[in-house]
Ligand binder design. Structure first.
Ligand code: F3S
Length: 367
C-alpha cells in the first residue's frame, strides 16, 4: 500500500524535504515502505567536514535495518595502511554519528552477504554495485539512491514509488550476447548502453562472483541499475525478450604499467572468493604488496582462510577498499580484477591501473 500524505509524520524535516523533492521530480504517485536501506558516502575522504556537519544535523533514528558502505580505513589496522592519526580520528567521528542514528556499522559494499533481501522487497540502497546486485540477482526493488537519499529513506522508513519499484519498469530493453571476462563485459556494456536494462545471454556457465563483478562494473561506467540474465536471474522469464541485439566480448587490451600493488575485492570478497585466492596462492610467498578487501563479517566467517592467506604475506583489510581509502595513493600502478576499480582508481586516487583476471593478479603477486 502506498503512503500519499506524509506531511504530518514526525520525521526529520530535511529528510522529508529530500524525499518530497525526489517524488516531485520523478512524478511518484506516493511512497512505499522499505525493508532496508544501505547508505554510501562514509569515507571521511569523500564527505569531508561539510558532509560530517550535514550528518550531525539529522535528527531521529533510522526506522529500518540500515547498513553502511566502506570507510576510508580498516578500523583496526589503519596504521598498517599508512593512514594518519588525524584522518583516523575524523573517520571515527563519522562512524559515531552514523551509530547514533541507529545505522549498523557494517562498512561493506556487499550488504547482501550480511542480510540478503528477498524477491520483491522494496529497498532504498545507495552504492551502485549493490543496487544492481539486489535488483538483478535477488529480484529486490531499489532505485540508484545517493548516500543522502538512502539515509533520508532510512530515517523515514519509506521511499518515493517510481522507477524500479514498479514491475513494468523492470523489463529488459536490449539483448546482449556476451563472452569472456564478465567484469570487462560489464565495463563495456556500461559504456555502450548507459541507460538500458540489458538481457544477457552468456555462452558458458557463469558463477555468482562473476555476476557480482559485472554488477559493479556496469554501474561504474553506465547509469545501469539492473540487468537480467537468461536462466540465472529471478525475473528473466517475466518479460518479453528484447528484439534488439548486440554482442560484447569481455576482453581488454593488456595495460602496461608495472604494478606495485595488487588489489582484490571490489566489490568486497565473499567467502568463496577468499577460498579461491587461497587456492591460487597455493602456499607461495607474495613478492609484491597484495591487498585483499572484504567485510569484517565475512573475514570473521572465513577466519582460517584469512589467516592462511596472510601467512603467505598478503594483507586482508576489512571495512574499507582500494577506491575509498586514501592509502592507495602511495602506490604508482595498481593491478585489479575489477572493472569498477579500473574506472575509479585513476579518477579518485590518481594512480595508473592494470587490469587482469584473478588468476593473473595472484600470479603477479607471487612472481
Ligand atoms: Fe566496493 Fe569500493 Fe569497489 S565500495 S564496489 S570495493 S569501489
Amino acid at each position: 500500500m502506498l503512503l500519499k500524505d506524509i506531511d504530518d509524520l514526525e520525521i526529520d524535516e530535511k529528510c522529508l524535504k529530500i524525499l518530497k523533492a525526489l517524488a516531485r521530480i520523478y512524478k511518484a504517485e506516493g511512497f512505499v515502505k522499505i525493508s532496508s536501506a544501505h547508505v554510501s558516502g562514509v569515507s571521511y575522504d569523500n564527505i569531508g567536514e561539510e558532509g560530517l556537519e550535514w550528518l550531525r544535523s539529522i535528527k531521529g533514528k533510522v526506522r529500518v535495518y540500515t547498513t553502511l558502505n566502506p570507510a576510508g580505513l580498516d578500523c583496526e589496522r589503519w596504521r598498517e595502511m599508512g593512514i594518519s592519526e588525524d584522518f583516523y580520528r575524523k573517520q571515527l567521528e563519522v562512524l559515531r554519528v552514523f551509530e547514533n542514528l541507529g545505522v549498523e556499522i557494517t562498512l561493506t559494499c556487499t550488504p547482501y552477504y550480511i542480510r540478503a533481501p528477498k524477491l520483491n522487497e522494496h529497498l532504498a540502497w545507495a552504492e551502485s554495485s549493490a543496487v544492481v546486485y539486489a535488483n538483478s540477482l535477488l529480484g529486490a526493488r531499489t532505485n540508484r539512491e545517493s548516500g543522502i537519499s538512502a539515509l533520508a529513506s532510512a530515517i523515514a522508513g519509506f521511499t518515493p514509488y517510481y522507477g524500479l519499484h514498479i514491475k513494468e519498469n523492470r523489463a529488459p530493453t536490449i539483448l546482449v550476447k556476451a563472452k569472456g571476462d564478465l567484469s570487462v563485459v560489464g565495463y563495456k556494456a556500461g559504456l555502450e548502453l548507459p541507460s538500458e536494462i540489458p538481457f544477457f545471454v552468456f555462452e558458458r556457465k557463469v558463477r555468482e562472483t562473476e555476476l557480482k563483478l559485472l554488477s559493479a562494473s556496469i554501474a561504474a561506467t553506465g547509469n545501469v541499475a539492473m540487468f537480467h540474465a537468461e536462466n540465472l536471474t529471478p525475473e528473466w522469464r517475466d518479460f518479453e525478450r528484447p528484439r534488439e541485439k548486440i554482442e560484447i566480448e569481455g576482453k581488454l587490451e593488456k595495460s602496461c604499467c608495472e604494478a606495485d600493488l595488487i588489489a582484490i575485492g571490489c566489490p568486497h570478497c565473499s567467502k568463496e572468493e577468499l577460498g579461491e585466492i587461497l587456492k591460487l596462492l597455493d602456499g607461495k610467498r607474495v613478492k609484491k604488496e597484495l591487498w585483499i578487501f572484504t567485510s569484517r563479517k565475512v573475514a570473521l566467517e572465513a577466519k582460517e582462510v584469512v589467516e592462511k592467506i596472510e601467512r603467505c604475506g598478503a594483507r586482508v583489510f576489512r571495512d574499507t577498499c582500494m577506491v575509498v581509502s586514501p592509502a592507495t595513493e602511495s602506490f604508482g600502478c595498481v593491478m585489479v580484477n575489477s572493472g569498477k576499480a579500473l574506472e575509479y582508481l585513476p579518477k579518485k586516487r590518481k594512480v595508473e591501473v592494470a587490469f587482469a583476471s584473478l588468476e593473473d593478479c595472484i600470479r603477479a603477486a607471487v612472481s
